[in-house]
Design a protein around this ligand. Sequence first.
Ligand code: NAD
Length: 477
Amino acid sequence: MYPEVKLCIDGEWVAGSEGKSEPILDPATAQRVGDVPHASRADLDRALAAAEAGFKVWRETSPHDRYKLMRKAADIVRSRADEIAPIMTAEQGKPLVEAKGETLLAGDIIDWFAEEARRAYGRVIPARAGNVHQLVIKEPVGVVAAFTPWNFPINQAVRKVSAALAAGCSVILKGPEETPGSCMELVRAYVDAGIPKGVINLVFGVPSEISEYLIPHPIVRKISFTGSTVVGKHLAGLAGQHMKRVTMELGGHAPAIVFEDADVDAAAKILSANKFRNAGQVCVAPTRFLVHEKVYDGFVDKFVAATKKLKVGPGSDASSRMGPLANSRRVDAMESFVNDAVQRGANLRTGGKRIGNEGYFFEPTVMTDVPKDAKIMNEEPFGPLAPIAPFASFDEVVEEANRLPYGLAAYAYTRSTQTAAAIGAAVESGMVSINHHGLALPEVPFGGVKDSGYGSEGGAEAIEAYLNTKFVTQANV
Ligand code: NAD
């Protein structure tokens, strides 16, 4: 049963004060499942005032008490996973098993950050004079405005909210309008755990109107955004004008490199599973498949065979391995990427078309011999398309891997520890995963370089983004 979506302002669940809303569509049917209320300017002002008051309370709450409340929220999320997963599937389209996995992982992420709350250590710096004490103290930045997208409605939000709360910040979360229900359930778990009112606020609306109001607002001290590079650059510019701290988790175009000494079976199996997870709408999805010419044909055959086996269907059907795309824009984008590549001489090995007339389904697609100037070799496809191209030497593949302005994730397969170390060092990327898919756990850093953004949303680095460093030097008199 899809829930009635509300805003959460100052601990209360409310509709937008001006009564505006937009429909929420099930991507498997394109039918309306509910409506998402839009926050008015007055609602945003209330959320700002609540977050300012909430910050005063929360920063005085000891890290140990924050830890206890957050651990409770984690337990609540886990205990509700069976109810939350179908909500996510109904609004986003992903298979139930992926939706449940995302919800359960949220519990792990909250746990991790709860523990980090107790480890936001400062330090003592030895002084030059005997009567001086020099202290480095970590303090919460203040009110955070967080903007999260529709591809992982819970995961994208829980990383930002939990890091902020662990640090002692309060949050105004602008959740995803296309997939608001499961994101709301995450916030509800926090509220039900007893987080003081005003510490976590949830709004929806017209994204550009909300960001243009919140980012410059003097109450807001920190911005965190996940989404496309073009929007991220715009928001980072706005934050820069107002000297706000920023974390940007943006687009990617991950090279997936298969060297001639790789375990080709394992590479094809792991890479195909991760290419089509969430119908390819993953910022760290393997994207440019670069395969050594000596193992090219064998890899392509295995990858195509694995792709053809994928069962596409509604996420609510337990036998579906890939659901629909999240919205009609993605289907149009896939058609444009495929047509462009084929026109430039790419070989369509499987897929390439939308499926049926109902919902936003698209075939898992593999294209070989895709030229470098094809749009898909340069722009983030954010969908179930795998372009594969051969390479001849280490230097050539490094040049290709680093050719684009993106630098989020990269993958490599090789049996040589020397090649593994060399590619790990040579590729310009925030994350490199070699011989397995090992990204995005709560305890490891998650973030990009170059046009993929800056800041980390995992590991010990993540809480730093929500802390100021203060130096206090005291002479005893
Ligand atoms: P989009 O660029 O319009 O939106 C992406 C996200 O940014 C959405 O959540 C949207 O609400 C938000 N957004 C857009 N304009 C905003 C603004 N002015 N202020 C605040 N938030 C704003 O595109 P889209 O059609 O939703 O998705 C297309 C592209 O976005 C994808 O191809 C992909 O590259 C990127 N994307 C990336 C991620 C990610 O995990 N990094 C997630 C979703 C989308």
